[in-house]
Ligand binder design. Structure first.
Ligand code: ADP
Ligand code: MG
Length: 203
């Protein structure tokens, strides 16, 4: 892929119901804006359980990966799980996720720019807020953990969803937005971010 094409890389970000209720919409949007990404679509919506299940299972590997991630975290912390089968673990997580994601309004957005998926993931941080890095959105603004969520029988509350790979981004954007909901426009700041020569700054 040539680099000017890379400036058009897009990624899906969803502020989950807890992010909306914690009054973090502006803070989260501000972080991506300040990075230099361009917001090209945004809407508030209420989700159905069917929509949530489809979203999380667009990637056929998601069930296995998410189960394995939980097993790895349990090993590191010396926690005992009810099963060591990643698919069984994810089946339970998915049911909890459906409740979590349908509990209130969410904000869905498309952000565009070079390395958009990778940079958004970096800023969002790891899945479990307890262990996500300081400076990330999940690390800075919420304190939930796998062990607490497990003991309360609910999904981990981590404020935000972000696509995992560029390929996943495109599939998720298609699931969430009609093409006409995504706006194609020029952001003046892109000139300073991407222009080769920075011509025209001086009078
Ligand atoms: P991420 O959102 O970091 O990409 P996953 O795709 O693995 O994470 O999982 C989707 C969402 O499911 C997480 O953001 C979190 O809300 C919830 N979740 C994941 N793993 C667990 C778990 N072991 N227990 C409870 N909830 C979980
Ligand atoms: Mg994921």
């Amino acid at each position: 892929m040539n680099y000017s094409k890379r400036q058009q890389e897009r990624t899906l970000v969803v502020i989950k119901p807890d992010g909306v209720q914690r009054s973090l919409i502006g803070e989260i949007i501000g972080r991506f804006e300040k990075l230099g990404l361009k917001l090209t679509a945004m809407k508030m919506c209420l989700l159905t359980e069917e929509f949530v299940e489809k979203h999380y299972t667009l990637d056929p590997e998601w069930r296995r990966i998410t189960g394995e991630k939980r097993i790895k975290a349990a090993k590191e912390k010396g926690e005992k799980l009810e099963t060591e089968d990643p698919l069984e673990i994810t089946a339970v997580i998915l049911e909890k996720l459906k409740k979590y994601m349908t509990s209130g309004p969410v904000i869905a957005m498309v952000w565009q720019g070079v390395h958009a998926t990778e940079l958004v993931r970096k800023m969002v941080g790891g899945t479990e807020p307890r262990s996500s890095d300081v400076g990330t959105i999940r690390g800075d603004y919420v304190l939930d953990s796998y062990i607490l969520a497990d003991s309360d029988g609910r999904a981990v509350r981590n404020l935000i969803h972000a696509s995992g790979t560029a390929e996943e981004s495109e599939a998720e954007i298609k699931h969430w937005f009609k093409p006409e909901e995504i706006v194609n426009y020029r952001l003046i700041a892109e000139q300073i971010l991407y222009d080769v020569n920075l011509d025209g700054l001086l009078e």
